[in-house]
Design a protein around this ligand. Structure first.
Ligand code: AMP
Length: 201
């Protein structure tokens, strides 16, 4: 299976914590046969494995704060240079602020590439809080306590929303209603991408 847009698909999925973007991201990446790259998962895996990177980011991640743009950018640039990301990728959780979005543009344009589309997964605040609280019970993540959930949503509003607005100004955002069954939402995303000529074949 190959992805369209000159044989590639360079995608981002953006949504508040609890919007279901992780799950949708994996589905969409599978459809396009590109890797789903979730920076939060990479950080958590390194923390669990006790790597040097894990030791450096642990306290920041556990506090629900953002890891430095420099460290995060280095990690993503390295990941995007791996062979499986040559034809594209779906990024989840990066970029997360205006500075990281500029970093990503620089990484991509250095290879003559650019983003094809940004999937915005829109879920009302009350629903994301409800889903996060449920995940806290199911997965026991250190940053899913009530105080840290509201802290992370606050950071999303302050840092990530302005970045999303910049992508909207560029006209590359696929607005998607994130309420519904898993399959309904996946279908909506794929339809929105197809409307822009981005199809997996
Ligand atoms: P997530 O799974 O996307 O909610 O990410 C979990 C945590 O990993 C965040 O609260 C941050 O501490 C860290 N993290 C993930 N992605 C980034 C990023 N792009 N920039 C900075 N920190 C990040």
């Amino acid at each position: 299976m190959t992805a369209a847009v000159n044989g590639s698909a360079r995608l981002l999925i953006i949504g508040p914590q609890g919007s279901g973007k992780g799950t949708q991201g994996v589905h969409i990446a599978t459809s396009f046969d590109v890797p789903a790259i979730a920076t939060g998962d990479v950080f958590r895996a390194n923390i669990s494995a006790g790597t040097e990177l894990g030791r450096r980011v642990r306290s920041v991640v556990d506090a629900g704060e953002l890891v430095s743009d420099e460290l995060t950018g280095d990690l993503v640039r390295d990941r995007l240079s791996q062979p499986d990301a040559v034809r594209g990728f779906l990024l989840d959780g990066y970029p997360r602020n205006v500075a990281q979005a500029a970093q990503l543009d620089a990484f991509l344009s250095a290879d003559g590439h650019q983003l094809d589309a940004v999937i915005a997964l829109n879920v009302p605040r009350a629903e994301s809080v409800r889903r996060l609280s449920q995940r806290a019970v199911e997965q026991g993540r250190a940053d899913d306590t009530e105080a840290l959930i509201s802290r992370r949503l606050e950071i999303y509003d302050r840092e990530t929303k302005p970045m999303l607005d910049q992508y909207r100004e560029r006209g590359i955002v696929v607005e998607t209603d994130g309420i519904g069954t898993l399959t309904d939402v996946t279908t909506r995303i794929l339809d929105g991408l197809a409307e822009r000529g981005i199809v997996a074949d």
